[in-house]
Design a protein around this ligand. Structure first.
Ligand SMILES: Cc1cc2nc3c(=O)[nH]c(=O)nc-3n(C[C@H](O)[C@H](O)[C@H](O)COP(=O)(O)OP(=O)(O)OC[C@H]3O[C@@H](n4cnc5c(N)ncnc54)[C@H](O)[C@@H]3O)c2cc1C
Length: 421
């Protein structure tokens, strides 16, 4: 059987569900297909930091400005999909004080609130901080719960007429006369969709979907490890104030601290080595900020791959010796009309923090192609269930289940009768 849709979105991570919501709220007929469950890949396995932009303030002012804008927007619309923990950038004795000063100046220049406190005041606020902390910068970082965020976006899209299919992998794309004519969906859905326009939001797999449509571009995924350890009342997000390196962020959750991460290029996002030294390094590095981390019981560990777009290599400044952090975290919208497929675009790169903004830009582009006049309203409309954690967790059970990033926070109702109705 063949179904028709105006906009077919492939991929149910933050980018895909955000785009589905944005287009559906503009009145566009949307279908989203996800091969697994919503947020079951990168989005639900990220570190879960709601960036204030401070991390990028001195190196990527544009990215930092986007982060603080979206950070404030999500505080308005996303309710219990985020947690306003606040954040500290801590300078240890061995860290370069000039780096701290440069970041502070850049934060203030780009509208990121940043207050400096001395080491004693920092330890007052976070008693377990190392005696080596000399000073800290207080910034509006927070935590994101991606399972809730993805489910609430999907529910909003569905309330506005979108069809959301999980366990629905794209298996084949047929291009006829420079347009995608058919997209074959396997899994439980097992159908063929005839779309007017196709948006590829498959993160690190975007090049594989491109190849199915005969479009050639390259992703450069980098893996990162995260580790959740038992920890009560850590307080704010803790960032090491130094050039980005392994194990320099700790995210507080109820009863847990999530340590991360690394950045190492991999060939295949479906099959890459997951090594114990990476986990050991998280303990070692994070214990420099909070010595009491050492020896804490491991609750979960997981890996994910950043959906980085290879041509952004021009932005790289590394020596080629394995530091992949300088590949741009910005997002890119590729209109494949230039590759000979008129009704096809891919959205790659970015951060979970800026998913809504990426989705808005993508939807602007698609609306233009479809001749739809309506503008984005996703920055002003609250997500469904945002004020009620129990309702958000019910939505998670409807579309997915708690993912590694937020399994310690989101209730697992997948076995209950509340699910799937
Ligand atoms: C280690 C790590 C830590 C990170 N930490 C943070 C952080 O703290 N804060 C932050 O803001 N950002 C963070 N990020 C970045 C952020 O997680 C990603 O940029 C974002 O989640 C990407 O979302 P996405 O929707 O583009 O990709 P994904 O979430 O990967 O979604 C793509 C989806 O496409 C689906 N798909 C693939 N192939 C097919 C197919 N054939 N058919 C149907 N569906 C398919 C996949 O199953 C997947 O669900 C981190 C990333 C990594 C790797």
């Amino acid at each position: 059987m063949t179904q028709t849709t105006t906009a077919l979105i492939i991929g149910g991570g933050g980018t895909g569900v955000g785009t589905a919501r944005d287009l559906a709220l503009r009145g566009v007929d949307v279908t989203l297909v996800e091969r697994g469950e919503l947020a079951s890949e990168t989005s639900g396995s990220s570190h879960g930091l709601l960036h204030s932009g401070a991390r990028y303030a001195e190196s990527d002012p544009e990215g930092a400005a986007e982060c603080i804008r979206e950070n404030e927007t999500l505080r308005d619309i996303a309710g219990h999909c985020i947690h306003d923990t606040g954040g500290l950038f801590v300078q240890l004795k061995q860290d370069d004080p000039e780096y701290f000063d440069t970041k502070l100046e850049a934060c203030r220049e780009h509208g990121i609130d940043a207050e400096v406190i001395d080491g004693d005041e920092a330890r007052n606020r976070v008693p377990d901080l190392s005696e080596n902390v000399e000073r800290a910068m207080v910034v509006p970082d927070g935590a994101i719960y991606p399972s809730r965020l993805a489910a609430a976006n999907a529910e909003s899209a569905a309330e506005h007429g979108a069809t959301i299919h999980t366990n629905a992998p794209v298996t084949e794309i047929t291009v006829t006369d420079g347009e995608i004519e058919h997209v074959a969906i396997g899994g439980e859905v097992n159908t063929t969709i005839e779309p007017e326009y196709v948006i590829n939001a498959t993160g690190p797999w975007a090049d594989k979907i491109g190849a199915m449509a005969g479009v050639d571009f390259a992703m450069k995924p980098t893996k990162g490890v995260m580790l959740s350890v038992e920890y009560e009342d850590l307080g704010p997000v803790l960032n090491r104030c130094r050039e980005p390196a392994d194990g320099d962020i700790i995210i507080p959750h109820e009863g847990e601290a999530v340590l991360g991460t690394t950045s190492v290029e991999v060939e295949n996002p479906d099959d890459y080595p997951k090594e114990e030294w990476e986990v050991d390094r998280m303990y070692e590095e994070c214990a420099e900020m909070v010595p009491d981390i050492e020896g804490r019981e491991e609750l979960r560990k997981w890996w994910a791959c950043r959906p980085l777009y290879a041509p952004d290599e021009s932005n790289r400044t590394d020596s080629g010796e394995g530091d992949e952090r300088s590949i741009s975290r910005d997002f890119t919208l590729l209109d494949h009309e230039r590759d000979g497929v008129d009704n096809f675009a891919s959205v790659v790169g970015g951060k979970l923090t800026t998913y809504r903004m990426m989705a808005e830009s993508t939807a602007d582009h698609v609306a233009g192609k479809l001749g739809v006049d309506a503008e984005s309203i996703t920055a002003d409309e609250q997500l469904p269930g945002a004020d009620d954690p129990a309702e958000l967790d019910r939505l998670v059970a409807k579309y997915s289940e708690p993912q590694p990033t937020d399994a310690g926070v989101v209730a697992d109702l997948s076995g209950s009768t509340a699910a799937g109705d």
